[in-house]
Design a protein around this ligand. Sequence first.
Ligand SMILES: *Cc1c(COP(=O)(O)O)cnc(C)c1O
Length: 397
Amino acid sequence: MITAVMPTYGRKDVVFERGEGNYLYATDGRRYVDFTSGIAVNALGHCHPYLVKALTEQGSKLWHTSNIYRIGNGEKLAKRLVDLTFADTMFFCNSGAEAIEGGIKLIRKYQYVNGKPGRYKIICFQAAFHGRLLNALAATGNEKYLEGFGPPAPGYRHAPLNNANVVRDMIDDETAGILVEPIQGEGGIRETTPEFLKALRAMCDEYGLLLFYDEIHTGFGRTGKLFAYEWSGVAPDVMAVAKGMGGGFPIGAFMATEKAAVGMVPGTHGSTYGGNPLATGVANAVLDVLTQPGFIDGVHERGKYLKAQLEGLVKKHPAVFAEARGTGFLQGLRCVVPAGEMVDRLLSLGLLVPIAGENVIRIFPALIADKAALDEGLALLEKAALSFEADAAKAAE
Ligand SMILES: *Cc1c(COP(=O)(O)O)cnc(C)c1O
């Protein structure tokens, strides 16, 4: 019999009832170190007192009014993010995939109002992840995810990452833009090089295309900068954000330069919930914490420590871990043993991590994680490695 919740996920058999900072507590009372952070969503950990206060205060004042009226919290949040980034304007939605689809609409409309209505195609990258809505899914391009859902939405082609020549060869009269994750998350923590982003920027400028970054999981401090593109210094024309933005409250957005957003006039896009007072109230509170002096620099510093420790684990346990990848608190460990088994072993030991492509486990501590919390998770990674080694030794007997 089908479960009451539609069975679209392969869920772990654990139910959490409480969270506090870096830790989750299951219904059986067991405590877990959380290096999943809701897949890079719980930027400030669980139930951060400042966010709880913002949520409950806003929750007792005003939740939702609709976009028929002005929304003060949203105007404030947009102004702050515009001041902090390349963007001049932004549209609020409720999830990552919605932000991607909105950005794609913006790109097509830009070409349309600039006299190029035939330009609609977006060049994407192999192993990308952009979400599960029909166009975001076509942009993702994963055949397993696309299977059975009819013809993929037209206009999405996939180039290998970090190969500018292939991208250049793909550009034709119908190309409208290029969509790239500065660091691929689901794909296995695969980083773009600054040279590659520079080459994409140059191509976009040369051919009149828009450069669209998917910073849905790299954004809001995760890499040790507010946005990952700051590492390369190569600004996009359009950017999708979500995940860490609300610290667990569902909110996303697409951001753009004034030039890119030229076609987004009244009536061109909309969302019932997007940017409501409650969501933007919480997101303002998240941003308050992220922009405290030293907060994101602290993620950078502790990220370097985390990376060095992960590299140490790889060196010490080469039969278990193959490689450490990533920046800040967006780290991955490519495994030698099956990554799915590693995730299960860690769960049984009390550490939560999500899996990614290329046999990688993701290491996503909350941005508030201090050295002690990191060490606690690292010790469990070591324990798991030792247990795999013990299994291998036993099998060899
Ligand atoms: C999670 C994610 C998405 C999709 O976000 P949803 O909120 O699940 O729709 C898109 N792109 C990237 C890079 C992501 O990590």
